[in-house]
Design a protein around this ligand. Structure first.
Ligand SMILES: Nc1ncnc2c1ncn2[C@@H]1O[C@H](COP(=O)(O)OP(=O)(O)OP(=O)(O)O)[C@@H](O)[C@H]1O
Ligand SMILES: [Mg+2]
Length: 286
C-alpha cells in the first residue's frame, strides 16, 4: 500500500505558501490560510471556504456546518469521519452542489459552484461528479441496470461499455441487473447506487457510507475498487465512513465534530483511526 502514497505526496496541491505548515491536502484553519481564497491551481478537486449551513431558525436553529474550510486534493482518496450528526453528509452535499450553503463558497475544480445558476450547476454535476447517497436514492420502477445508467441516459451519453462491465462485475451485480430495488437486498441496493455513481467515470466521486450495508467481503471489494479508481484512473474519492478499517484505505481522514473539521490524519491505519475516534465525545450521537 505504500507505493501509491509516495505518488500522491507528489500530487499535492501546488502553489501553497512555503511557510504553510505541512498539512497534506486537508483542512485549513488559520486566518492566514483563510486569506488564500481563490483556488489558484487545478489540483484541488473541491474546495470549501467558510462553509456554514444552518437549518431552522430562532432557538431551534441547527448549525450543521460551522465555518468549514476544506481542500479535497485531486487524485486522492479522502475519508470523512465523525459522530452521527456531526455534519458529514451535509459537507458532502454542499461540496457536490447538491445542497446550498447558508454562507461560504465552494469550488469544484476551478469553478465556483456557489455562484452558478441551476443549469450550469446541473451540467457540472452531471459531467464531473458521482454521488453515492447514504439512502441510495434508487428509482423503484427501474431495474438495477436502468438505475445504473439513468444519469447517462438523461444526459444522452453512452457509457463506455468496457468500464461499465468492470463496474458491474467488481460490484458483483451481474446476476441482479434485471431486478428492481424492492427485489434486492440492502447491500445489493447499495452496490447499485455505487455502480450508478461510478458508471460515467466521474472525476470526483462522493460516497456517503458506501460500505454501511455491505458484508465484509463486498465492502472490501468496493474499497479496493475505489482505491484502484484513485491510483490507476486518477479519480478523486471522498468517502464518509464510520468504519476505521474502511478509512484505512484512504490517504487522509478528516474528522468532523459539531459541524467543524477538528482533526485530520494522513496515511491512516485502522488502529490509529480507532484510537482517534475514542476521543470524540458522544454529545451529539443520535
Ligand atoms: N433538512 C434538515 N433539517 C434540519 N436539520 C437537519 C437537516 N438535515 C440535517 N440536519 C441536521 O444537521 C446536522 C448534521 O446532519 P448530517 O446529516 O450532515 O450528519 P452526519 O454527520 O451525516 O450524521 P450520520 O452519521 O448520522 O449520517 C444534524 O444535527 C441533523 O439533524
Ligand atoms: Mg450522514
Amino acid at each position: 500500500m505504500s507505493a501509491h502514497r509516495v505518488v500522491h505526496r507528489s500530487r499535492l496541491p501546488a502553489g501553497e505558501p512555503t511557510s504553510r505548515p505541512a498539512r497534506p491536502g486537508g483542512a485549513v484553519s488559520t486566518a492566514a490560510e483563510k486569506a488564500r481564497q481563490a483556488p489558484e491551481n487545478g489540483r484541488v478537486a473541491a474546495r470549501g471556504r467558510g462553509l456554514t449551513k444552518t437549518y431552522g431558525g430562532g432557538e431551534a436553529t441547527v448549525v450543521a456546518l460551522d465555518d468549514v474550510d476544506v481542500d479535497i486534493a485531486e487524485g486522492r482518496f479522502t475519508a470523512v469521519m465523525g459522530p452521527s450528526g456531526s455534519g458529514k453528509s451535509t459537507l458532502m452535499h454542499c461540496l457536490a452542489g447538491l445542497d446550498t450553503v447558508t454562507r461560504g463558497q465552494v469550488w469544484v475544480g476551478g469553478t465556483e459552484i456557489t455562484g452558478l445558476g441551476d443549469r450550469a450547476l446541473t451540467k457540472l454535476r452531471r459531467d464531473e461528479i458521482g454521488f453515492v447517497f447514504q439512502s441510495f436514492n434508487l428509482l423503484p420502477t427501474l431495474t438495477a441496470r436502468e438505475n445504473i445508467t439513468l444519469p447517462m441516459d438523461i444526459a444522452g451519453r453512452r457509457p463506455d461499455p468496457q468500464w461499465l462491465e468492470t463496474v458491474i462485475d467488481t460490484l458483483r451485480l451481474r446476476d441482479r441487473l434485471g431486478h428492481r430495488p424492492s427485489q434486492l437486498s440492502g447491500g445489493q441496493q447499495q452496490r447499485v447506487a455505487c455502480a450508478r455513481a461510478l458508471a460515467s467515470r466521474p472525476r470526483l466521486v462522493f460516497a456517503d457510507e458506501p460500505t454501511g450495508n455491505l458484508d465484509s467481503r463486498s465492502g472490501l471489494e468496493l474499497l479496493r475498487f475505489l482505491r484502484r479508481a484513485v491510483d490507476e484512473l486518477g479519480q478523486t474519492v471522498v468517502m464518509v465512513t464510520h468504519d476505521p478499517r474502511a478509512a484505512a484505505h484512504s490517504d487522509l481522514v478528516l474528522f468532523l465534530a459539531d459541524g467543524r473539521i477538528v482533526d485530520e490524519m494522513p496515511d491512516p491505519s485502522a488502529e490509529a483511526v480507532l484510537e482517534r475516534m475514542k476521543r470524540f465525545e458522544p454529545t451529539r450521537q443520535s
